[in-house]
Structure formats: structure tokens, C-alpha cells
Design a protein around this ligand. Structure first.
Ligand SMILES: Cc1cc2nc3c(=O)[nH]c(=O)nc-3n(C[C@H](O)[C@H](O)[C@H](O)COP(=O)(O)OP(=O)(O)OC[C@H]3O[C@@H](n4cnc5c(N)ncnc54)[C@H](O)[C@@H]3O)c2cc1C
Length: 341
């Protein structure tokens, strides 16, 4: 652990002013950042603590929107009645993340900025193998090594890692916006565009960039349009608690009104669905969303729609199983959101 100077910010603006110094990192719950310092993934000369900035707290309605402060913890979000009513997929994603202790500390601002769990990236320094994220230009050991948990969309030869956040998948599915404050003032970033795949980053000429957040910018909170649609978050993992997703899916479904005397499965009026842990960003199945209206809410009818929307999946030699697992998670999330299971 290297020494660093520590200061507490009183306001979001003062935190942003401090962040203008390039050797400065912001700390919220510290559940990620301090691990990075220990492993040698990141180092900072100055750390500015935003935990006491009241304007970054709170969960409230704001007109038709739900506003969640960046310092809200995963447990606060998961248990808040406004979230469980208007954004059930987000509440569920938060409560399925990490462990109860970590969820009491982990903030939603820091959660979407967590880095990949790729074991080659997470190794303690001195790094025993090449990793382009740790040492740009050195290579990707996972590509030729173990990669069963890695990406099936958007990866490049430079990196095959996935973004592991659960809440980010629900935020992207729900069309949430991140409110951001930076040296140039406030702006918003749609959560479905917040993270970048390796392909998108390479096309933008910054192959190792992971998000659209600029250096020196602070997430102040998130804004979600209120939704009365049924919602679900399905997380497939190796054990029921304290485990990252192998794949996950978030869905929201509105059904057509059932006509008197009608029998059989309801039909979908509108649906949104996103996959998690399949790419370096949450993966909205936009082709499926366009096709789903009018589709019966049955497993048999949903499977071909999801398969067509995932036809461009490009699994690696060891992770072909993730394609079917993600398909099944998406189908289960849609069925659950629509009340069919
Ligand atoms: C053992 C373990 C298991 C976990 N399991 C899961 C899981 O299953 N699912 C899941 O989704 N997550 C999981 N997590 C991740 C956990 O949810 C995150 O570590 C946590 O949410 C990060 O929030 P924090 O406040 O602690 O961030 P910090 O550690 O304080 O910060 C993390 C990063 O975000 C930056 N940052 C923090 N807040 C802001 C802000 N407002 N604006 C700009 N930058 C900011 C920091 O500078 C840093 O770069 C797990 C973590 C651990 C340690």
C-alpha cells in the first residue's frame, strides 16, 4: 500500500475542484478503490472522500422521475419502497449483488465504476503475466488462457473482459440517466451508453477506455423514468450469495389488456431486456425489443425472438455455454417480469 493524502469534501463542487488535480481519486464506500491500491491496479497521491456530501444522498421522486443519489448504498436502494415500486429490476439487482455487509457500504456511484473480475487483471503486483488493462501493449493473457467467464459480445484481441456490475444492467434496461458534474458543469450520460465495449473503445481510438465518464467528473446520481411495467432481474451464479454473475438479465414487460372471455397466454405490448456479464457493457437486446410486441408470453414463443437478437454473439473457445445461458436468463427474466413464472 502506498501512502496518499486524504481530504473530506463538503460539497460536490468542492470535490470536483479537488479532482482537477490528475493525481486525485474520489472515494465513496471504498470497497473497490482500496482493493485496487492494495493490488497495484491504481495509485493516487490524494484521495477525496465524498461520503459526507449530503447532496449526493437520498432516494426521491422528482416529477415523473425517480432520483437516486450516488451515495445511496445497494441495500438502501434494494429496500426502498419507491425503488421496489417503480424500478423492481434495480432493487432486485442491488439485493443480489455482493454480500449483506458489502451492500451496506457499497454505493451505486462506485458500483458502475467497478472494474472487471478477470483473474489476470486482478493479480497482485508485480503482475506475473501480460494484461493490456494493467500494462497497455503487453497483451491479453486471458485470450490464450482461461476465458470461460469472459465476453461473448464486443471483445477485441486486446481484451475479452466483462463489466460485472449487476445494478448497471438494470439501469441500462430502465433507460436511466447518470447525472454527472465536471469542470465544465453538469451533464447527463444515458446508462445504456455509459460503458464501452472494447470494440467501441478501439473504434474511438482509446482501446482501454471503459466508460464515457471523463477524468475529473463526479457522478451525482441517477434519474429513472417511472415505470408501471412488471420487472425482473435474473442472476445466474455459482452460489446463491456473495458471487458475481456468470450471466444475468434484466427485463420489463407490459402486457396487452386481456379481452373478456380470452384464454391462453397474454401477449406482450412492450418489453425491454438487457443482458449482463456478456460484454464490457450491459447488452440491450434491441432487436428483440422491436419484435416482442404481439408475442405470446410463453417460453416457446420467446426463445426464437431472443435467439435472433443474439445471433451476432461471438463466443470464445471456452465460453460458448454463455450464449445459451444468457438466452435462458433473458427468457426467464421476461416471463417473470410478465408474471408468467
Ligand atoms: C467481495 C465483493 C463482492 C462483490 N460482488 C458484487 C456483485 O455480486 N455484484 C455487483 O454488482 N458488485 C459487486 N461488488 C462490487 C461492489 O458493489 C462495488 O465495489 C461497490 O458498489 C463500489 O462502490 P464504493 O462506494 O465502495 O466505490 P469506491 O471503492 O469508493 O470507488 C470505486 C470507484 O468509483 C469511483 N467513484 C466512487 N463514487 C464515485 C462518484 N460518485 N463519482 C465518480 N466516481 C466515483 C472511485 O474513484 C473509484 O474509481 C462486490 C465487491 C466486493 C468487494
Amino acid at each position: 500500500m502506498r501512502d496518499f493524502a486524504y481530504a473530506r469534501a463538503g460539497t460536490a463542487e468542492s470535490a470536483v475542484r479537488t479532482l482537477a488535480d490528475p493525481g486525485t481519486s474520489v472515494i465513496a464506500g471504498g470497497t473497490e478503490l482500496l482493493n485496487w491500491f492494495r493490488l497495484g491496479i491504481a495509485a493516487a497521491d490524494n484521495v477525496v472522500d465524498i461520503a459526507g456530501v449530503d447532496e449526493l444522498r437520498g432516494i426521491a421522486t422528482d416529477g415523473d422521475d425517480l432520483r437516486i443519489g450516488a451515495l445511496a448504498t445497494l441495500n438502501e436502494i434494494g429496500e426502498h419502497p419507491l425503488v421496489t415500486q417503480a424500478a423492481g429490476a434495480l432493487a432486485s439487482a442491488c439485493l443480489q449483488a455482493a454480500s449483506a455487509q458489502i451492500r451496506n457500504r457499497a454505493t451505486i456511484g462506485g458500483n458502475v465504476l467497478q472494474r472487471t473480475r478477470c483473474p489476470y487483471f486482478r493479480a497482485e503486483e508485480p503482475l506475473p503475466w501480460p494484461c493490456n488493462k494493467r500494462d497497455p501493449g503487453s497483451g491479453c493473457t486471458s485470450l490464450a488462457g482461461r476465458h470461460e467467464r469472459q465476453a461473448i459480445f464486443g471483445w477485441t484481441q486486446d481484451c475479452v473482459a466483462v463489466q460485472p456490475s449487476d445494478p448497471a444492467v438494470a439501469l441500462a434496461m430502465l433507460d436511466a440517466q447518470a447525472d454527472v458534474l465536471g469542470p465544465a458543469g453538469p451533464r447527463t450520460i444515458p446508462m445504456r451508453e455509459f460503458h464501452l465495449t472494447q470494440r467501441e473503445a478501439a473504434d474511438a481510438g482509446q482501446p482501454m477506455r471503459e466508460t464515457r465518464l471523463e477524468p475529473g467528473e463526479l457522478i451525482t446520481g441517477y434519474r429513472l423514468p417511472a415505470s408501471a411495467d412488471g420487472q425482473a432481474y435474473v442472476k445466474v451464479r455459482e452460489r446463491a450469495s456473495y458471487e458475481y454473475a456468470i450471466v444475468s438479465a434484466a427485463a420489463a414487460v407490459r402486457l396487452d389488456p386481456v379481452l373478456p372471455g380470452a384464454c391462453g397466454a397474454g401477449r406482450i405490448a412492450a418489453a425491454r431486456v438487457a443482458l449482463g456479464s456478456v460484454a464490457q457493457r450491459p447488452w440491450r437486446l434491441t432487436l428483440a425489443e422491436a419484435e416482442l410486441p404481439g408475442t405470446p408470453l410463453t417460453r416457446e414463443a420467446l426463445i426464437p425472438v431472443i435467439e435472433r437478437a443474439m445471433a451476432d454473439a461471438a463466443p470464445l473457445p471456452q465460453n460458448g455455454f454463455k450464449v445459451m445461458m444468457a438466452r435462458n436468463a433473458a427468457v426467464r427474466a421476461l416471463l417473470t417480469a410478465g408474471g408468467a413464472s
